[in-house]
Design a protein around this ligand. Sequence first.
Ligand code: ZN
Length: 630
Amino acid sequence: MLAMAPHATWAGPRPAPEGMAGPPPIILISVDTLRADHLSCYGYARLRTPHIDSLARGGTLFAEISSQAPITLPSHVSLFTSTYPFANGIRENAQVLPPGAVTLATVLAARGYNTAAFIGGYFLARRYGLAQGFQTYDSPFDARVINGALDLKRPATQVLEGAEHWLERNSGRPFLLFVHLFDLHQPYDAPPAYRARAPESEYDQELAYVDDSLGSFFDFLAHLGLDRRALVVLFSDHGESLGDHGENTHGYFIYGSTLHVPLIFHWPETANSKLETRNPARVEAPAGLIDVAPTVLSFLGIPAPASFCGHSLLDLAKGGDSPPRDVYSESSYAHDKFGWATLRSLRRGDYQYVDAPHPELYDLKRDPAELHNLLPGQASLAASYRERLTALMATYQSPPGITGSTATATVPGAAENLRTLGYLEITSPHATLNDSGVDPKDRVFEYKRYLLAGHLARTGKAEEAAAEFQAILADDPRNLPAYIELARSDVALHRFLDGASRLKAALALDAHNVEAEELLGDIWLAVGNLGHAAAEFRQLLAFAPQDYEAHFGLGLLAARRHQASEAAGHFRAALAANPRSAEAHYQLGLILEAQNDKTGAVGEFQAALEIAPKFPEARRELDKLKSPNH
Ligand SMILES: [Zn+2]
């Protein structure tokens, strides 16, 4: 296979080949969950990644790039908006980037660029708001079970095929193409042919597959001449711990295993290149993904919007000096999930400072695996880093353009979907949970036990799961999610009243916990205690007025009392919260049918079947209404 053509020289701007005038196209490739140190161009020895490496030849490899948050949506939002998670409010998956965001895509679209994105994984689905500015945004995920598997990801070849079809029709005028490959994210399912390439690591098997897929894609780019015309930027949103520091995946800690990501710019050969002759193959200066969007704009000669907080890397790419940067990262996962401390870090030069109840300081040059905490020995150095971290947060707390618009909206149904996926993703940051001052690194055992218990629950071992959750609570009686998960196991075991008492304990810790309140209402509904159910759902609406579960539950209760218009109102409100609920369409259809609104009822049953084609009750009602005898 052809690789990206290495460029022999960078002798300044040259005339563009005929028919290739205009600003260069931009191609961004996000290889989700890719550790920098697993690429051979970053020194990995156990697997070769020749195609990704080929980008670095004739391009610039940034050796020390940190993700601003080791979680998919927050990291991509930070990259595209060039803002920090603490300022833009997107700290977890399943939150929604509010409309009106200023992103690299909106800026380029406003400049007349054709914009398209091809998405490989559910966490960047259109509903989460990153689609802003993209005229095409291909993210066909529903997080439903299809053929026994969850519709969470699609393979690189499929994503890249979509991108190729789009390029065939659209590569003639300036464009921004964003490609997102999700193969390295669990669960692994690389084609069997790749097992031999890395027999001991399913992660590396996926990487070999992704590298090959990119090889074919680069061939395609070369076929269109885009290897020479386009600026191609490859990066990852975060790494993967693979057991480092006791973490298997990503999101919980902020060590290099998940923060250190690849970033490679493959510059176009043609005009407009602002690069001088000294074009280093490798830049060692630490920087962040937050700097990617400003770099692209500065390369194109487009001024960065006022809201962008990152800084162009172009000077560094030209081989010039640039003042050392403060590179900030964070994870509020342990806080949002368990009420433990938020982790924040500052990289500057060779040192990485981690702000936590028991802070850490590492010399990454000598100790890249971050095994030797220099504290308490280097206390004054750590204090100066802490000061810088605080100052950075104060400076960028409210960048112009996103004044105070902290995004806390979440997508309806996302909690259920994500729980089923087993990723323990947080869908509603527990803003009301006080930081208990617990250091996540002191609770990694409990965290893993929690993951194990969740796995047991998802694989039908409710009894064992319940025992694990009880053991977690015996050690940590303030573990709110353990109460909720224990209640779920109780429900699976038909121990409804036990479940209800766990949820009351959860609500005593966080009175506005949507998940606990929803489940408690559902339990009372299941055991036929309709008065209690109505009371819980109303309680829920008091602090979450648009809650789907509450409106749906109250709709069912009103329908039982034959209060048709009240029921219809609640089902409509449920649908406003979650338009993709086949169940709510069906229930509304039944109410309309009872009210003799045949047209309305047919519309609702049809809507239900469009969402869930195998919904036998909806099919039966629709057939009944459409039969000539009706
Ligand atoms: Zn990711």
